[in-house]
Structure formats: structure tokens, C-alpha cells
Design a protein around this ligand. Structure first.
Ligand SMILES: Nc1ncnc2c1ncn2[C@@H]1O[C@H](COP(=O)(O)OP(=O)(O)OP(=O)(O)O)[C@@H](O)[C@H]1O
Ligand SMILES: [Mg+2]
Length: 394
């Protein structure tokens, strides 16, 4: 049992030991905010840096009660804690932030679509489908999504014909969730609008960014979105603020959007936690999304979301392709001498994860006045860590 915190700051419980919890620990340390973590296993990303941690299953209520004992507030690294447990913790008197009524909209894409429709927020045409015939009636091509449990493109199928559908129905049946059909949006690019909102209702809205996905995984983010019509940027920010208020979100809300070729924004999905499209804020904004998440869930005044530089580019470092001998060609610590020497302005964030193909193990941020230069610097560094550069002779 750790000694009581001498600053008398309340201990904030964080459920989930991934990189998002790890990155909350940085501003928590700076601000003297004690964190207590529930980690999936010893040695996971956040457990390496949060001393006060327990290992256990977030699907077990007794475990959740044990880790939050003595805490006033609990928050999350992921959205997978069962809703009924969140209600039970709330009934115990704990402040659950975001609360279960809000979080369900990030957990269940079907519930999210129904609620956004009620609020009149623009979304792709969509319907819950329970048979291939219903998908056919909805119309091909379309996108099928499991309503719960998807991430990084898992649980998303692009279907063009009846033959493409069974895999999605099998996956939905296997996990006992509903299947959502959405029109295949012919988008110009993907945008993200990020806000932090506190229980007292204060909100901070970050500049709208452009994000690129590769194989369903966020790959690159440019802040702010280049050439975005200010009117559309305003609409995107307004959508995020309205959703945060209407759903009573506490903490960070990320609204993933499509910018259509005919100049509209449509909501793709919601995340209620720090989000990959907000990692640029660590080095490119006055207050990072991680710090504002902590401030928001503790109901402290929020920090400025203003950018520090004209442009910030974030590129994810993903585990590179494995070599035939099973070794990854990527580099982590070994990548530092070249990456840091080449670009003294580069900011590198590694998550303490080992390299596996397609796994997010870190990201880099490059900021400055010239977008092309920021893109080149961030892409070069990420490719270097990934092992796409400098391994040609191996
Ligand atoms: N209706 C659609 N039309 C066109 N493309 C889509 C549509 N829905 C999703 N996509 C594409 O698939 C990607 C993944 O979809 P979505 O964000 O719903 O899934 P996810 O696995 O929950 O993602 P995340 O990793 O963000 O949690 C989107 O970023 C987008 O590129
Ligand atoms: Mg998504």
C-alpha cells in the first residue's frame, strides 16, 4: 500500500494499462496528481510507469471495487468495462467519468447512431440488419460493423455483394452483438474534432485535424486539417461540443468524421477517452489532451487547447513486417541515435511495447511553420523506427 499523498490530491483510478493510461501518467506526474491503475497484466505499457497499480480483470466487479477503494473518481484507458459494473460503482458513490449513460454511445455503435439521429447530427445512412436479405435491401456496396467490441478496423467489413456478408454475421453471432449497415461514404478525407468537457460543463475544443488510416489503423494526423473550409471546421467543432453536452460526456470526447466530396461532415464514431487523433497535442498544443482529460475528470479548470505551432504532424510507429527468421525489422531504442541526431526538434513517444506487425508501439510529433517539412520529418522518423529505412542490405 503506497504512503498517502503528501499533497492531499485525490487519487484518480484509471482502468486499463495501455498507452493512453501511460500517457496520462506524464501530466499526472507533472501536476502531482496520484494515479492508481488497474492493468491487464504485470509489465503492460502503463504498469511500467504507474507505480500504484494492481493486476486484474476489468470485467470483474470485485476487482474494480478493490482498485477504486479510497478513490473519488475513476476514468478509463479503453471503453470495454461492462456498463452494469459502471452503474454499480456509481451506486457505491464513486464518480465514474465518463459515466455509463455517456459511455454506452462509444461502446455501442447502434445506440450511438440512434442517439445522434435524435439530436439531428449528420451521419451516414444506416440501419441495424439481422439477415443478408436485409443488407441486400439496404443496398450494396455498404459497410457492416459489429455494434460492440470493434477497434482498429476489426469488426468492420466493406461488402459489395451477398457473398461478402457471412463473415460479418458470423463474427456478430459469435460475440452476441448486433450488426449495423452503413452507406459506403465516398469521403474526401477523415477529420477528427476533439473536445474536453468537465462535469461543471466547461469545454475546450481543439483545432479540427485530418487523419489517415491504413488497414483500419490511424496512421497519420495533420493539425490543423490543411485547407479545411473554416465554416466546415466550425460545424465539426460545434458537433463535438453539442454531442459532449447532450450526452453529458466528462473527459475527452473524440468525434471521428468524414469530410464528403460535396462539402459536408458526417459523424463516423465517438470515442470517450484520449484518442490517437489527439496525440499531436502533447507537443503541438498548450495543453495536451491527456492533461485536459485529467483536469476534466477531476473537475479542475481546463487548459488552453490552442496550438503552439502553425502545423503539427503526428505519425504512428507500427511494428514493421516480420522477417522470415521471426525477428521484426523495426527498431525502438536502437532507432534513437539516427532519429534524434537527424532532427533535434523531433518529439518521440514510445509506449514500452515490443514490436509486432501492425501493433502501435509509439508515435512521433513534428511541428513548425512549413507543413511539407513537418510531414517529411515525421514520416522519415516513423519509417526509420518501423524499419522501412536503412535495412535494405539486411
Ligand atoms: N460508412 C463508412 N464509409 C466509408 N468508410 C468507412 C465507413 N465506416 C468506416 N469506414 C472506414 O473504416 C475505418 C474504421 O471504421 P470505424 O472507425 O467505425 O471502426 P473501428 O474499428 O471502431 O475504429 P477505431 O480504431 O477508430 O476504434 C474508418 O476510419 C474509415 O476509414
Ligand atoms: Mg474509428
Amino acid at each position: 500500500m503506497p504512503a498517502p499523498d503528501p499533497t492531499h490530491a485525490p487519487t484518480l483510478a484509471v482502468i486499463g494499462g495501455g498507452q493512453l493510461a501511460r500517457m496520462m501518467a506524464e501530466p499526472a506526474a507533472a501536476m502531482g496528481l496520484p494515479l492508481r491503475l488497474l492493468a491487464e497484466a504485470e509489465g503492460v505499457s502503463a504498469a511500467q510507469v504507474i507505480v500504484d497499480h494492481q493486476v486484474g480483470d476489468y470485467r470483474d466487479l470485485a476487482t474494480l471495487r478493490a482498485v477504486t477503494a479510497g478513490c473519488r473518481v475513476v476514468t478509463f484507458d479503453h471503453e470495454h468495462v461492462p456498463t452494469e459494473h459502471l452503474h454499480a460503482l456509481q451506486d457505491d458513490g464513486l464518480a465514474v467519468r465518463p459515466g455509463p449513460e455517456a459511455l454506452v454511445h462509444a461502446q455501442d455503435k447502434g445506440v450511438m447512431r440512434e442517439r445522434l439521429a435524435e439530436l439531428g447530427i449528420p451521419c451516414p445512412r444506416n440501419a441495424i440488419v439481422s439477415s443478408v436479405a436485409e443488407v441486400e435491401a439496404f443496398g450494396f456496396p455498404c459497410v457492416l460493423k459489429t455494434t460492440r467490441g470493434g477497434y482498429d478496423g476489426k469488426g468492420v467489413w466493406f461488402v459489395r455483394s451477398v457473398e461478402d456478408c457471412p463473415a460479418a454475421f458470423e463474427a456478430a453471432a459469435a460475440s452476441g452483438v448486433r450488426l449495423l449497415a452503413e452507406e459506403l461514404v465516398d469521403f474526401r478525407r477523415e477529420l477528427s474534432a476533439l473536445v474536453a468537457r468537465s462535469p461543471s460543463g466547461q469545454a475546450a475544443s481543439y483545432p479540427v485535424v485530418a487523419s489517415t488510416q491504413k488497414d483500419g489503423i490511424c496512421h497519420e494526423v495533420i493539425a490543423p486539417a490543411p485547407g479545411l473550409d473554416p465554416e466546415l471546421a466550425g460545424q465539426a467543432q460545434e458537433i463535438a461540443l453539442r454531442v459532449a453536452g447532450a450526452l453529458d460526456v466528462t473527459g475527452v470526447l473524440a468525434v471521428e468524421l468524414f469530410e464528403t466530396n460535396d462539402g459536408r461532415v458526417l459523424v463516423n464514431e465517438l470515442a470517450m477517452r484520449p484518442h490517437n487523433t489527439g496525440h499531436w497535442t502533447q507537443d503541438g498544443a498548450v495543453t495536451s489532451q491527456f492533461e485536459n482529460h485529467l483536469r476534466a475528470v477531476l473537475d479542475l479548470p481546463l487548459g488552453s487547447p490552442a496550438p503552439r505551432a502553425r502545423w503539427t504532424v503526428m505519425v504512428n510507429i507500427l511494428g514493421g513486417p516480420d522477417r522470415p527468421d521471426g525477428q521484426s525489422v523495426g527498431r525502438l531504442y536502437d532507432g534513437y541515435p539516427h532519429a534524434l541526431a537527424r532532427d533535434p526538434h523531433l518529439r518521440v513517444h514510445l509506449y514500452g511495447k515490443d514490436l509486432r506487425p501492425g501493433r502501435k508501439v509509439g508515435h512521433v510529433n513534428a511541428y513548425g511553420d512549413d507543413l511539407d517539412e513537418c510531414l517529411e520529418r515525421a514520416r522519415h522518423a516513423a519509417a526509420w523506427f518501423r524499419g522501412d529505412l536503412g535495412n535494405e542490405s539486411e
